[in-house]
Design a protein around this ligand. Structure first.
Ligand SMILES: C[S@@+](CC[C@H](N)C(=O)[O-])C[C@H]1O[C@@H](n2cnc3c(N)ncnc32)[C@H](O)[C@@H]1O
Length: 322
């Protein structure tokens, strides 16, 4: 086991791109070799070759979820939707927590209802394996500017205010927290990914860090115990924001601010994109605010990052608790 380490590879075919997750081993050396050769073939654009190799891998180890997932990805890239759906379904059946995200891919392909949020195991696995290179990748490759955009919006809503207790929701490695360093006397960071929490800890500016799901963490916090909550590039992993905004509303003191960024689309509610991230319509954000006793100080169009060189449309929002 464990001959292959998990990482992400972008590979391109006829202008399309796919991300292959390199999993831990199947327990069978011959299958692992075919899997690894398949990754190499896909990376060099030989998707037919990759399909054959992944097929051989799952013939050798039929109960290996990552093998089916990789096969599904090349089938998808080759335009073989029905076969891809079948392979993703096999992967999902073998991966009960859906750490690989096969359920999300099936939803993106229209073969399954869109889940209300990305599976926890998927988010944790994604960020645990991404943590060490997160800061550099986001800032250098994706031109990530969410933290500054969010800090500027909070400053517009409350010029010069220093907050007593800030919750950095989905703090990741602390990029957004850093932009609020001078703005809050006590800083708490929460994230599902223990590896991201360790990156945040190394930055040395959080007073408290918790590896936890946001709603579970918030439900255990005293009511009215924070006056600022931020969530930078986190709601892209949550479609239905009702549970998290309700939990934030309880923990914020009256007059407290919730600032967040989100991906946007021109429609109602939320939708899951091909990038496996959720986008929210403007009206849905206003509705959450009204339903949970917030006044919207601003909900402004703002792009916080690029995808393959193109600005991803988004929102920056600041809500004030009544
Ligand atoms: C793209 S990163 C952004 C990190 C940081 N806010 C920043 O701006 O650099 C998204 C983070 O949200 C976390 N996350 C997503 N869903 C979560 C949830 N339900 N509970 C806790 N953390 C979550 C992920 O683990 C990841 O570290």
């Amino acid at each position: 086991m464990g001959v292959l380490r998990r990482r992400d590879q972008k590979t391109h075919h006829d202008g399309k791109s796919m991300t292959l997750s390199v999993s831990s081993g199947s327990g069978d050396l011959a299958a692992d070799r075919r899997y690894q050769w398949g990754l190499g073939a896909a990376e060099s654009g030989d998707f037919d070759g990759a399909r054959d190799l992944f097929n051989q891998a799952v013939e050798l180890v039929p109960a290996w979820a990552p093998g089916w997932f990789a096969l599904a990805q090349v089938l998808e890239a080759l335009g073989c939707r029905a076969e891809a759906v079948e392979a993703y379904s096999k992967s999902l059946a073998l991966d009960s927590g859906d750490a690989l995200g096969a359920g999300l891919r099936l939803a993106a392909l229209g073969a399954r209802a869109v889940p209300s949020a990305a599976p926890r195991a998927y988010v944790q696995a994604l960020f645990d394996q991404y943590a060490a290179k997160f800061d550099r990748h986001l800032v250098e490759k994706l031109a990530y500017r969410g933290p500054q955009i969010l800090a500027d919006a909070v400053e517009r809503a409350a010029p010069g205010q220093i907050f007593a207790h800030m919750l950095d929701l989905g703090c990741g490695a602390g990029l957004a927290g850093a932009a609020f360093r001078q703005k809050a006397r006590i800083r708490t960071g929460i994230d599902l990914s223990p590896a991201m929490i360790e990156q945040a800890r190394a930055k040395n500016f959080y007073d408290r860090l918790a590896a936890a799901d946001l709603v579970e963490f918030l439900n255990a916090e005293p009511a009215g115990s924070a006056d600022l909550a931020i969530a930078a590039d986190v709601f892209v992993y949550i479609g239905d924001l009702d549970p998290v905004i309700s939990a934030i509303a309880r923990v914020l003191a009256p007059g407290g601010l919730l600032g967040f960024t989100a991906q946007s689309f021109d429609g109602e509610g939320f939708r899951l994109g091909d990038d496996m991230r959720y986008a929210h319509g403007r009206d849905s954000l206003s509705d959450y605010a009204a339903r949970h006793g917030f006044a919207a100080k601003e909900i402004t169009a703002a792009s916080t990052r690029k995808d393959r060189g193109v600005d991803v449309p988004g929102w920056v929002a600041v809500l004030r608790k009544g």
